[in-house]
Write a protein that binds this ligand. Structure first.
Ligand code: G6P
Ligand code: MN
Length: 445
């Protein structure tokens, strides 16, 4: 079985490959083709993978190419994990938004819109090529903003594109852990959009255990989201929000924390990864070791400003290995071998949330089998959550329209309608600022 990874020179590719190395069953991935626009990054990651595969007799064969069509031809699965504009682009997204006093984050608020506007045209081009060159392939989209990008691709690939994110999985795992349950025995009632969802219940043997967690201040203080949002607010909500909702519920503090930080997240990662890729270019440097050290530092500093703003302290050791690679592997196995699994995924709504149309991509538990991912029926969200979901989906739709039409006016509308952008004038200046620095936005006229 052939797996093509787009963004194959990306820093997290060794995580995915590491998961594949642990899979020895029939029907596993035997060939990995890495595609990237940057041959130097490909060389670096190929070195790391070779060191990781050492001593594993059935390690999947790895090849690398900068030719997209060649990479796609004959693929059974395509992982898309690209970053249009690179980490420099992410840092620009953050800086320009923060200069206007609004949030700059790669998936939320103004930064997410800017990232979406330059990613969607590239993702659509990829989707069209997949439809032509590998019509039977399943596409697993990691590319952020993952919900929006998955929806853009679904217009060309239908339900053969599935978006993934490890953040709801991590949340479900943490809530199960503090309740003393094994994640496998718990049903996590989670729904929303990517990076905009809520755990409304956690059922173990038919009983909802979430009320027990919400009633217990000690338990609430013992995990990441409990500390981030605080016991009082979680009790008011009666749910546990995805960590990215910190940017909404504590927007002022998050923006303040980001403005005060010496470097934004994107700028930190840009510098950190520049050091990694330069280091690995030296054949004397042990590639896997350097990669692993860089990874550990990245994971330890994830959402550091939000945790600091909330006084939430350091991340737990168990939370440091996100599970990103395991979601991807579980999804591939379920489809390729018809091993039924339940996973929280980004798929078309098809009537799951009545407030959204059928084509809107949402994040929801899905039953996965050889026929794909089937969203399960869920209870409706409360009004405040429906309001946010609908507002953000409307913004995503403006982004998709702007990417299709190239209309600058529509791009302004996307920014202006976002709940975290507080003035139409700010939206206009954001479009000016972003189009001035991003070559990938030259299409907006
Ligand atoms: C979480 C999010 C992903 C994000 C990742 C890395 O897992 O769900 O969407 O890509 O963190 O974040 P970072 O800030 O390290 O790039
Ligand atoms: Mn994510």
């Amino acid at each position: 079985m052939k797996l093509t990874i787009l963004g194959g020179g990306g820093f997290r590719v060794p995580l995915v490959y590491g998961a594949l190395l642990g899979d020895h069953a029939d029907g596993r991935v035997t060939r990995v083709v890495l595609h990237d626009v940057d041959a130097g990054r490909l060389r670096a990651i190929v070195r790391v993978l070779a060191e990781r595969a050492a001593g594993v007799p059935d390690a999947p064969e790895v090849t690398a190419t900068t030719d997209l069509d060649e990479a796609l031809r004959g693929a059974d699965f395509v992982f898309s994990a690209i970053r249009v504009g690179g980490l420099e682009g992410r840092a620009d997204d953050e800086r320009i938004a923060l200069a206007e006093g609004v949030l700059g984050q790669e998936t939320v608020g103004a930064g997410g819109i800017a990232f979406g506007l330059r990613t969607v045209p590239v993702a659509v081009d990829i989707a069209r090529r997949v439809a032509r060159l590998a019509p039977d392939a399943w596409v697993i989209n990691f590319t952020n903003p993952a919900g929006l990008v998955t929806e853009a691709m679904s217009r060309h690939l239908g339900d053969r594109v599935i978006g993934i994110c490890d953040s709801p999985v991590g949340l479900g795992r943490r809530v199960a852990r503090v309740l003393g349950a094994r994640p496998a025995e718990a049903w996590v009632d989670y729904v929303g959009l990517n990076h905009l969802g809520w755990v409304r219940g956690l059922r173990i043997a038919g009983r909802d255990e979430l009320p027990r967690l919400l009633a217990d201040p000690v338990l609430l203080g013992s995990f990441e989201e409990g500390r981030l949002f605080g016991a009082d607010w979680l009790r008011s909500l009666g749910a546990i929000p995805n960590e990215y909702l910190h940017y909404y519920y504590f927007n002022r503090e998050a923006v303040h924390g980001y403005r005060e930080a010496g470097r934004t997240r994107g700028a930190f990662l840009r510098d950190q990864q520049a050091g990694f890729y330069a280091g690995v270019a030296d054949p004397a440097v042990p590639a896997l070791e350097l990669w692993d050290r860089t990874r550990a530092e990245r994971e330890a500093t994830y959402m550091a400003e939000n945790r600091e703003a909330a006084g939430a302290g350091e991340r737990e050791a168990e939370d440091l290995s996100g599970g990103y690679e395991n979601v991807a592997l579980a999804l591939m196995r379920a489809i390729a071998r018809d091993e039924r699994a339940t996973l929280i995924l980004n798929v078309r709504n098809r009537g799951t949330l009545a407030a959204l149309d059928g084509d809107a991509v949402i994040e929801v538990p899905c039953l996965v089998d050889a026929h794909g991912a089937h969203p399960v029926a869920v209870d409706p969200l409360p009004g405040h959550a429906t309001g946010l979901v609908c507002a953000v989906k409307a913004v995503e739709r403006e982004v998709l329209d702007a990417a299709r039409s190239g209309s600058r006016t529509t791009a302004v509308k996307a920014f202006a309608l976002h709940p975290l952008v507080d003035s139409v004038n700010v939206a206009r200046r954001l479009v000016d600022g972003y189009t001035a620095v991003h070559p990938g936005l030259a299409y907006l006229r």
